[in-house]
Design a protein around this ligand. Sequence first.
Ligand code: APR
Length: 311
Amino acid sequence: MGRKKITVIGAGNVGASVAAYASAQELGDVVLVDILDGIPQGKGLDLFETTPVLGVDTSVVGTNDYKISQDSDVIIITAGIARKPGMSRDDLLATNVKIVGEVAEKAAFYSPGAIMIVVSNPLDAMVYTAWKKSQFEPRHIIGMAGVLDTARLRSFISEEIGVSVEDIHALVLGGHGDTMVPLTRYCFVGGIPVTNFISSERLEEIVQRTRQGGAEIVGLLKTGSAYYAPSASAVQMARSVLLDKKRLMPVAAYLDGEFSERGIFVGVPAILGSAGVEKVVEVDLTPQEMAAFGNSVAAVRELVKEVDRFL
Ligand code: APR
């Protein structure tokens, strides 16, 4: 069996970082595709020339030609327009539906057996767009949001209480946006409930910062949106798929009755393996959490209705 093959669509900040992390972790050969001439080729060559320094054997190739992506195991979609300051994720909708729809269709044509990971925003709408246009089985398409949202939450909690990020586990449900539902009840530090370390008032402030995590970075960068944590999160998902690790993480997955929802992609805990989303894990919710989740799902359904108008 040869090496695995990973295609990254979009060679911008997120895509190039995905290619860098995937190659550094020796996950497989990487193909970087973009509409711009020279950018994917240049970044691909630069990354390939990095491999001897890192001591990894992977090829990295940049191209404008989807044929080169043929027979990929994983496709990671990062193409689109990044959010500018003051712009909500939803402002991006019309433009990114067109871009993501087109690239998902082309990539799927050359790699019908791949698992697709979508990073482009607004996330929940883009996963749905990629599903419609690729015509992949829904469990072969996964949206990256929860890993990033929980990474933000975990880093803030770690900083607050002075415990390693490794020992902090968190769970976020719902859409990737203002309606996300951080489940603090399921947040543990070395197996101990987080409320043992931190007051619920302070925790609520940290949750609020997490909710605004994307906007905080946009506000600082001014010329674009976050890319290191988003790309590392997408690569962690790809790694679980490529190595069939069956890691349990919060992702935007297709619901077919789980959490009493059907026909929609939304953030839930799921097991990721070589078959994509192998299982959505249901958890007990309090009436309050259930209401927040319902509210988030309703917001995603509204967004999807908008997408259907553009498709
Ligand atoms: N086909 C291929 N690539 C495209 C297309 C297309 N039709 N349209 C745009 N692109 C490419 C751009 O040429 C650019 O290189 O997508 C890339 C986007 O890169 P950036 O502008 O640097 O944006 P980035 O920060 O990488 O974010 C990409 O990920 O996190 C999300 O919200 C973010 O939706 C955004 C996406």
